[in-house]
Design a binder for this molecule. Structure first.
Ligand code: CA
Ligand code: CA
Ligand code: CA
Length: 271
């Protein structure tokens, strides 16, 4: 990890005040601002993303929507086994990694009881009320294994910085209207939300899902908070784990990709 990466993970970092103090003391500080996102891979630019390359703004969003809407839909019951593949612990093939807690738990503990993991909808199901029939409610690109109780604490809250520490999920914070995931998955959450916004445009039987800057979206088909999600996309670039699950979803299950994992810089190009 670079010095810059370490610097931006400090909570409550006040770059301007610290910079001023450092100048007085003659100290060189690490850069506080996250670097702008850059492509993770260009392997699909000449094929899968051919029609999107070179575009920006609404034209890029439209093009990506067409590309990623060509997909196989899976049933909600099939999501269990899919998550056991997409979110397998790289160090223990009997386990999955839980999104918010970051812990490794037996694949066989899927269910609805205390100590189980279940199917977390990162784009909250109620935001657009899409339920669990094959469609946005079963789209693996935003579904992750999570501890039953932590999933319940997250509920249908929008994402934002701030709040009190979540008991049992180190590095996560929540208050009455928002949830802040741990640093290592902040970018994952942002890219999942923004995938949903591009994939679902209201031209099928589902609502047009869109990001906004609110933390009180309730059952409206919106998810916040866009300004914070954009920061998280820069602060937490795609990891090998995130890239691997994108490949498994593409190769084995849905045959579509999350463009923001391959090209996180497209977040800024669209929003
Ligand atoms: Ca809040
Ligand atoms: Ca990450
Ligand atoms: Ca949309």
């Amino acid at each position: 990890m670079s010095v810059a990466q370490t610097g931006r993970r400090i909570r409550g970092w006040k770059p301007l005040a610290l910079t001023a103090a450092a100048v007085l003391l003659g100290i060189t500080l690490p850069t506080a601002a996250a670097s702008p996102a850059v492509a993770t891979t260009t392997a699909y630019d000449d094929t899968y993303y051919q029609d999107a390359i070179g575009k920006t703004g609404p034209a890029l969003k439209d093009s990506l929507h067409t590309i990623i809407s060509d997909q196989t839909r899976i049933s909600y019951s099939a999501v269990w086994n899919a998550l056991k593949a997409t979110d397998q612990d790289p160090n223990n093939s009997n386990n999955v990694i839980l999104l918010y807690t970051g812990t490794s738990r037996s694949k066989s503990l899927n269910g609805g009881s205390t100590g189980n993991w279940n199917r977390e909808h990162v784009w909250a199901q109620s935001h657009g009320d899409f339920g669990t029939s094959a469609g946005p409610g079963t789209d693996l690109h935003h579904l992750r294994p999570e501890d039953v109780q932590i999933n319940s604490i997250r509920g249908n809250k929008d994402f934002d910085n701030g709040g009190s520490a979540v008991s049992g999920a180190a590095g996560n914070y929540t208050d009455s209207n928002s949830f802040e995931p741990r640093d290592a998955v902040k970018g994952d959450v942002a890219r999942m939300i923004l995938y949903m916004a591009v994939r679902y445009e209201g031209d099928d039987s589902w609502a047009d899902l869109e990001p906004n800057d609110s933390v009180s979206n309730g059952s409206s088909p919106y998810h916040g908070r866009l300004s914070v999600l954009k920061q998280w996309n820069d602060e937490d670039p795609p990891s090998a784990f995130e890239e691997n699950r994108n490949e498994i979803i593409y190769d084995t299950y849905q045959h579509n990709r999350n463009p923001f994992i391959d090209h996180p810089e497209w977040v800024e190009a669209i929003w």
